[in-house]
Design a protein around this ligand. Structure first.
Ligand code: PA5
Length: 401
């Protein structure tokens, strides 16, 4: 396929591999797959509450939400809730669903001073007694939130300083909650290890991720929108996490003072086949598409062999399993796009909806983000644009006092 390439001193795979390997000394997320998880699992065994509430925003919430959405069918009977937004109606509605006498609050903030998280924490402390029996904090060791937790003798878990918020899902940030919900967190990390080992030993994954990253970067001026099109509703959380990871990591000014504009969009099939697909098919050729399919949903739900009066002509769908239907829908969309021959697309197939596979998928996206960040020569791990808004907000709110 001939995509007009737009090179700007793109480094070789060798240079990028070297740079990413060097980063391992300073960027903490790379080695998380090999950590000891016993503290998280031991703590999880002690949790008796039925309602589990994650209070956090952005990187302190989205990764956990992504795994939860994907693996809800494997969780125990506890109910997991997320308090993230300051929307008062949403907040009240979510809190009204809790049995406050049987709730564990997990307050997560790396900085420990995020307005959304702290305002919700304050509100919670006004409606119920927060103490060591029902509240834990996950934060950096020297944050103000850590001081709050220690003052109240609450259990804390540490977020390593060298792991950024949106790369922190495989720290206590995600793993403590997942362990409480009964998921096998070692299998999640085993999925990450598979990707890590393959990449750093230059296996098949190394080859394919380099090819993908290189294509995205070499063609970024023409195809500057990177669509993830997930054919499973259970990947909606992953989609949100991807948008944050890609946008907040890659949307910034590089060392040559050029603004990078790789723009993430996340769609869910088949629903978005009936909306955004039109724009992909007939709109501007500025998008790469990555389809994510689930090979086996391990569910036998079937369209019954019934004929409905007036709808007889649709009887050809009788006896089709829904898991086959959704994959046929994905394949039909992929074929329609491939027939056009001018929209780059690739396919990721997830073998099963389990811990191992979500670990693999999320870790591979973290790695892809780091590699693309190295190619476009930016600091993948900071977020000055987000920080700017936080500073203005704090100033505005202080002036009101
Ligand atoms: O990726 C990031 O750094 C951000 O999205 C943060 O996770 C988000 O702003 C929340 O910050 P904190 O964990 O400090 O409350």
């Amino acid at each position: 396929m001939d995509y007009s390439k737009n090179f700007y001193q793109i480094k070789s795979n060798e240079e990028i591999f070297y740079k990413v390997s060097l980063e391992k000394n300073t960027v903490g997320y790379y080695d998380l797959p090999f950590q000891d998880t016993s503290e998280f699992k031991e703590y999880a065994k002690t949790v008796t509450q039925q309602d589990i509430v994650v209070v956090g925003i952005g990187g302190s919430s989205l990764g956990t939400y992504a795994i939860h959405k994907f693996l809800q069918h494997k969780e125990n009977m506890k109910k997991l809730h997320f308090l993230e937004s300051t929307d008062p109606l949403d907040l009240e509605r979510r809190i009204s669903k809790l049995d406050l006498n049987d709730t564990l609050f997990i307050i997560i903030s790396k900085s420990g001073t995020t307005i959304e998280t702290v305002s919700i924490l304050k509100y919670l402390s006004s409606i119920t007694m927060l103490d060591k029996s029902n509240t834990i904090c996950i934060t950096e060791s020297d944050s103000k939130l850590n001081t709050y937790a220690k003052t109240n003798d609450m259990k804390t878990f540490e977020i390593p300083k060298n792991v950024g918020g949106r790369f922190s899902v495989f720290t206590a940030v995600g793993l403590v909650t997942m362990a409480i919900m009964g998921l096998d967190i070692d299998r999640i990390l085993f999925g990450c290890q598979t990707i890590y080992n393959d990449y750093f030993n230059r296996g098949d994954y190394y080859t394919s991720i380099m090819e993908k990253a290189r294509f995205i970067v070499e063609n970024k001026n023409r195809f500057n929108i990177n669509v993830v099109f997930s054919y499973s509703s259970l990947l909606e959380g992953f989609n949100k996490w991807y948008v944050q990871l890609w946008g907040e990591s890659l949307g910034k000014i590089n060392i040559n003072q050029t603004k990078q504009a790789l723009t993430p969009i996340a769609l869910t099939g088949p629903v978005d086949q009936h909306s955004f697909l039109q724009l992909i098919m007939e709109g501007k050729r500025d998008k790469t598409i990555t389809f994510i399919k689930v090979a086996d949903f391990e569910n036998e739900l079937t369209i019954p062999d019934v004929s409905l009066p007036g709808l007889e002509e649709l009887d050809y769908i009788n006896n089709i399993k829904f898991k086959n239907l959704i994959n046929e829908q994905a394949d039909a969309t992929i074929e329609a796009i491939q027939n056009l021959k001018d929209i780059p697309c690739d396919i990721i197939t997830i073998e099963a909806q389990d811990e191992y596979n979500i670990g693999k998928l999320m870790y591979s996206y973290e790695l892809l983000t780091s590699i693309v960040g190295s190619f476009v020569q930016i600091n993948t791990y900071d977020q000055p644009g987000v920080e700017a808004g936080k500073i203005i907000l704090k100033d505005k709110l202080k002036k009101k006092i």
